[in-house]
Design a binder for this molecule. Structure first.
Ligand code: ARG
Length: 297
C-alpha cells in the first residue's frame, strides 16, 4: 500500500477500507522515575526539577483507576531509573493487528538520544507476551516515535502519520508496505505540537478532534475529506492544556485534561461522554492523557 499526502491522490471511501477491531488493552508505565530532567520539547523549558513526584503519582493512579472503573483492562509495567519520559508509553511502539488476528508492535526509533534506551523495555515486554516484534526496514534510519505520530483510524485498516519533528515521512512507506495499509501523512508545523497526538484525536470512524493550527493546509484538507465531523479545540486549550491529547478508547468516552471546558462542550454536543482528569505534572514534560498509555490488542 501507499502513502498519501494530498487529497487529489486519495479517493478511497472509508467503507471500502477493511475493518479492524478496536484495541482493547491498555499498557501503562508506573511513574516512580518520572521527571523533567532535560529539554526535548518547548513545554519542558523552565520545568527541570519542577515535577512534584507525589502529585504525579496521584494523577497517574487516578487515571488508572478511572480506566479500570470503566471496565478497561490496564496492565502496568515499572518505569526505569534514568528514563524519566518512559511513562509516555505511546511513543516506543506502534501496535498492530493483522487481518488473520496476529498481533505485534513496530519498534520506534526515538528522535532524542535521551529516550532511545526506553524502546528495549517495550520490545522485551511484547516479546515475552508472544507478540510479533518488528523493526523498520533496515534501509530506514529515520526517526519514528510510535503512537506519538502514527494513529490508527478508528475501526479501519488505515493509518494516519504525523511527520516533521519526531518522525520522518520516509518511515511511512515501510509501514504501509509491511502492514499492507494506506497511510495518510500529515506534516506538522508548530513545535509545540510536535507529535500528531498533540493535535489530532480520533474519536470514531467519522469524527475527529483537532487543533487546526498545527497542520499545513493540505493535511487539514485530507482530514476534512475523510472525517465528516471535525471538532476543533480552541488554541489556548490545545496549547496550554493539551486538550487534543485526549483519549477515546471506545468511540464513546473521552478522557481529557481538566479545564478544557470549551473543548469538552464541543465534544458533548457531538454526543461524547467527557471524563475530565488531572495530568498537570505530566504536561510539564509535554504530554497528557493520550501519551500516558499504549492502546493495543
Ligand atoms: N517529554 C516527552 C518527549 O518530549 C513527552 C512525550 C509526550 N508524548 C506524546 N505522545 N505527546 O518526548
Amino acid at each position: 500500500m501507499n502513502v498519501f499526502t494530498h487529497i487529489s491522490e486519495w479517493n478511497l471511501p472509508l467503507p471500502e477500507i477493511p475493518s479492524m477491531p478496536l484495541a482493547d488493552r491498555l499498557l501503562m508505565v508506573n511513574p516512580a522515575f518520572f521527571d523533567v530532567a532535560y529539554v526535548i520539547n518547548p513545554h519542558m523549558e523552565g520545568q527541570i526539577g519542577k515535577v512534584n513526584r507525589q502529585k504525579a503519582n496521584n494523577e497517574w493512579q487516578k487515571l488508572v483507576d478511572l480506566y479500570r472503573s470503566l471496565g478497561l483492562s490496564v496492565e502496568v509495567i515499572n518505569g526505569e531509573q534514568g528514563l524519566p519520559d518512559m511513562v509516555f508509553c505511546a511513543n516506543q511502539t506502534l501496535p498492530f493487528i493483522r487481518p488473520n488476528g496476529e498481533k505485534g508492535v513496530f519498534c520506534a526509533q526515538m528522535h532524542a538520544p535521551e529516550r532511545k534506551p526506553e524502546v528495549a523495555f517495550f520490545k522485551a515486554y511484547f516479546a515475552r507476551k508472544g507478540y510479533q516484534v518488528r523493526t523498520l526496514p533496515s534501509d530506514n534510519d529515520s526517526d519514528f516515535e510510535g503512537m506519538g505520530d502514527a494513529l490508527w483510524h478508528s475501526g479501519r485498516r488505515l493509518l494516519w502519520g504525523g511527520y516533521g519533528f519526531r518522525t520522518g515521512l520516509e518511515v511511512y512507506k515501510g509501514l504501509a508496505q509491511a502492514l499492507d495499509v494506506p497511510v495518510l501523512a500529515l506534516e506538522l508545523c508548530d513545535p509545540e505540537f510536535y507529535h500528531l497526538d498533540t493535535c489530532m484525536c480520533i474519536l470514531d470512524e467519522s469524527c475527529v478532534l483537532v487543533y487546526p493550527g498545527a497542520f499545513q493546509p493540505q493535511g487539514l484538507a485530507l482530514i476534512r475529506k475523510v472525517f465528516s465531523r471535525v471538532i476543533e479545540a480552541p488554541e489556548d486549550e490545545a496549547r496550554r492544556l493539551f486538550a487534543v491529547n485526549a483519549f477515546c478508547p471506545n468511540q464513546k468516552h473521552v478522557f481529557i485534561q481538566n479545564g478544557c471546558s470549551e473543548t469538552a462542550m464541543r465534544l458533548q454536543l457531538a454526543g461524547f461522554m467527557v471524563i475530565s482528569c488531572e495530568t498537570g505534572e505530566f504536561i510539564k514534560a509535554g504530554g497528557s492523557v493520550f501519551c500516558m498509555k499504549l492502546h493495543h490488542w
